[in-house]
Design a binder for this molecule. Structure first.
Ligand code: UT7
Length: 324
């Protein structure tokens, strides 16, 4: 008997305010045409004043619990992947735990920036396989609008706010790649590259929140090379190849990166879930948002083989192969 972490429910939440590219044309030397053609982004959502990461995360979590038909009280562990928690501490996860009325179990944040959801999924999987938890709520929630420098056209047009969530539950599998659930994970970091993508403030440095700084074209170069490599590594561990993939559900940073990665994996774009046009880059929220939207669109169906892959500040990058 093999224990698998199987997806029981998925949900998402996007703040009401939609910001089209045109809004940036008034205050910056940029155009809707440049943003669309260089990134694929057409619009993004920004949280309202006073709306926090844990607010978004709690709404996504409740949607996922509803989809799963599982009560908050039945969850053993709650993980929030985020780099934009409400406070320095406590964790966004304990705040979400309170907001969804989950009184038992345990909750903590995972911080691997845009790769955070992949890292959180791998941790949830490990907790389920070890018997530490039976049901885990894994949430990606971000308010990157709070750390953008709105005078820097190279970064502020790229990011958005949102949240997505998955409910994972332990189930018995046959031990083959035909099982539902998480089949393989691959995680990587290389701290030498921290200056390519970072926030220039923090608790033990400036005692300020700081703003996001990125050498976009350098990150782009690493992304194209590392994302296909990590996806292949995870597929190899599962004994599968690109030909077995029903859906790539990539981190949604840039359509050109998504396309280049799919090409390297020899997976046609018809089998890639793309939401970057509507959400922008929502960091750790982008993959669970794409999973939820992909299911709602009727793209992702039970039994489909999915590969998620993401890269972000650190650099940190990784991939999860799962059968939905
Ligand atoms: O989620 C975490 C991982 N992050 C990513 O994956 C982001 C990776 N990087 C990217 O997506 C792309 O590198 C960007 C979209 C950020 C930039 O695209 P690029 O094709 O790499 O452009 P570039 O940075 O090489 O800049 C090309 C030109 C520059 O002008 P000059 O120096 O050639 O005159 C930039 O100043 O485009 C200019 N530029 C803009 N022009 C109009 C940069 N931002 C803008 C803008 N509007 N918003």
């Amino acid at each position: 008997m093999t224990i698998r972490a199987v997806v029981r429910g998925v949900g998402h939440y996007l703040p009401e305010r939609v910001v089209p590219n045109a809004e940036f044309e008034d205050r910056l030397d940029t155009t809707d045409e440049w943003i669309r053609s260089r990134t694929g982004i057409e619009r993004r959502h920004f949280a309202a004043e006073g709306e926090t990461t844990s607010d978004l995360g709690a709404k996504a979590a409740l949607a996922a619990l509803k989809d799963a038909g599982i009560a908050a009280a039945e969850i053993d562990a709650l993980i929030v992947a985020t780099s934009t928690a409400d406070y320095t501490f406590p964790s966004a996860a304990t705040m979400v735990q309170d907001k969804i009325g989950m009184r038992g179990g345990f909750a903590f944040d995972v911080q691997a920036v845009c790769a955070g959801f992949v890292f959180a999924l791998a941790n949830a999987n490990a907790m389920i396989l070890s018997g530490q938890a039976k049901r885990v709520l894994v949430i990606g929630a971000e308010t990157f609008s709070r750390i953008l420098d709105f005078t820097d056209r190279g970064t502020c047009v790229l990011f958005g706010d949102g949240a997505g969530a998955l409910v994972l539950e332990a189930a018995e599998g046959g031990g083959t790649s035909a099982d539902r659930g998480i089949l393989a994970t691959d995680l990587n970091s290389d701290g030498r590259h921290r200056e390519l993508l970072y926030v220039d403030g923090g608790v033990s440095t400036t005692q300020t929140t700081g703003h996001l700084r990125m050498q976009g074209n350098q990150v782009f170069r690493h992304a194209v090379e590392k994302l296909a490599a990590t996806a292949h590594a995870a597929l190899d561990k599962a004994g599968l190849s690109g030909a077995d993939v029903d859906w790539i559900v990539p981190h949604q940073a840039n359509l050109r990166i998504i396309t280049a990665t799919a090409q390297r994996m020899q997976v046609p774009m018809e089998r890639v879930v793309v939401t970057v046009q509507d959400h922008g880059n929502t960091s750790a929220a982008s993959i669970p948002l794409a999973l939820s939207v992909g299911k709602a669109r009727g793209q992702i169906k039970e039994g489909d083989l999915l590969v998620t892959e993401a890269i972000g500040g650190g650099l940190s990058w990784g991939s999860v192969v799962l059968r939905w």
